[in-house]
Design a protein around this ligand. Structure first.
Ligand code: SF4
Length: 326
């Protein structure tokens, strides 16, 4: 195991990387990026909310929590046909990964889950990497998803363990880690990252990155989100995250988890192309496409196409496309 893929990072080491003078940090991350990835390729993922709002959890950043008064339009689980139409549209627009999100605390073994299994099978058959984010998952449920062709499961740690209880009280950090363990044991790849700008400090950010990097096997995908404060949520008045904080998080994630896809996720709408370019330079190699990210606004396809042209980036093909021939 090389220095870059080890999972025994200490907090001091990672804090040292995180606090490196920023231009040096970008240079170092860009170097690691080039050793493990083609820097001209960026994965384009589409995220669709298949069940929106009405969630019993109390995540302080989330407009889908039933207890907050937000203007999210609540809807029950979409039909299988509708979801597959959206997946086809996303594929035709260049997405190679399709992620379906449901605002559930946990998966229940009921008809809705049966429908999700059909959605996974359908998207899988289109040759896209299919990903779900459905809340907590048992080992048996993870296995059913795997058998249906699920490629990845998203379950964010959100922040460091110490800060976690400040933003969520309805479940524990260990619950999150248990689900990640169930996903890994079922042979599904892990997508797990977090959000910055919720009031956490640098130590909390470093703590989350250390936990992710030291999982028995590092996540294949690490989304880094900048909080999008939503009116009606407890975090509605949080100030905007400076771009340099995003750059530091992305660069540190890239250096300590070199094989992962590091995803520049929520918060892009408020970033210029130049700011996003800094994030790509720092090792981000994945974005979410479309004009909505679950419920919050996102730049939309025409703006992203222009950005790809300006920066001479190209969308990455799906890992699966060769296997399926799709
Ligand atoms: S982040 Fe997920 S679990 Fe938390 S309130 Fe929102 S939908 Fe529910």
């Amino acid at each position: 195991m090389t220095e870059h893929t080890r999972n025994s990072w200490t907090t001091e080491e990672v804090a040292g990387i995180y606090n490196t003078p920023v231009l040096e940090l970008i240079y170092r991350a860009a170097t690691v990026h080039r050793e493990h990835h083609d820097p001209s390729e960026v994965q384009v993922c589409t995220l669709l909310s298949i069940k929106t709002g009405g969630c019993p959890e109390d995540c302080s950043y989330c407009p889908q929590a039933a207890r907050y008064q937000t203007d999210v339009t609540v809807h029950k689980l979409l039909g299988v046909g509708e979801v597959l139409d959206k997946a086809r549209e996303a594929r035709d627009a260049g997405s190679t990964r399709f992620c379906m999100g449901a605002a559930w605390r946990e998966v229940r073994d009921n008809r809705d889950f049966d429908s999700v299994i059909e959605m996974v099978k359908g998207v899988n058959a289109m040759g896209m990497e299919v990903c779900c984010t459905l809340g907590m998952l048992t080992h048996g449920q993870a296995q059913r998803l795997k058998e249906a062709g699920l490629y990845a499961y998203n379950h964010n740690l959100d922040s460091g363990k110490e800060f976690y209880k400040e933003i969520i009280t309805t479940r524990s950090y260990d619950d999150r880690l248990d689900t990640l363990g169930n996903v890994r044991n079922a042979g599904i790849s892990i997508c797990s990252g977090g959000i910055i700008g919720m009031g956490e400090n640098d130590q909390d950010r470093v703590s989350m990155l250390v936990t992710l990097a030291n999982l028995p096997k590092q996540p294949e995908s690490v989304p880094i989100n900048a909080l999008v404060p939503v009116s009606g949520t407890p975090l509605e008045s949080q100030p905007r995250v400076p771009v340099w904080d995003m750059v530091r998080m992305i660069a540190t994630a890239r250096i300590i988890m070199p094989g992962a896809m590091v995803r520049l996720s929520a918060g892009r709408l408020r970033m210029t192309v130049e700011e996003q370019a800094l994030c790509f330079m720092a090792g981000a190699n994945s974005i979410f496409a479309g004009d909505k990210l679950l419920t919050t606004p996102n730049p939309g396809q025409p703006a992203d196409q222009r950005m790809f042209q300006t920066l001479q980036l190209k969308p990455k093909t799906a890992h699966r496309s060769v296997e399926t021939g799709a």
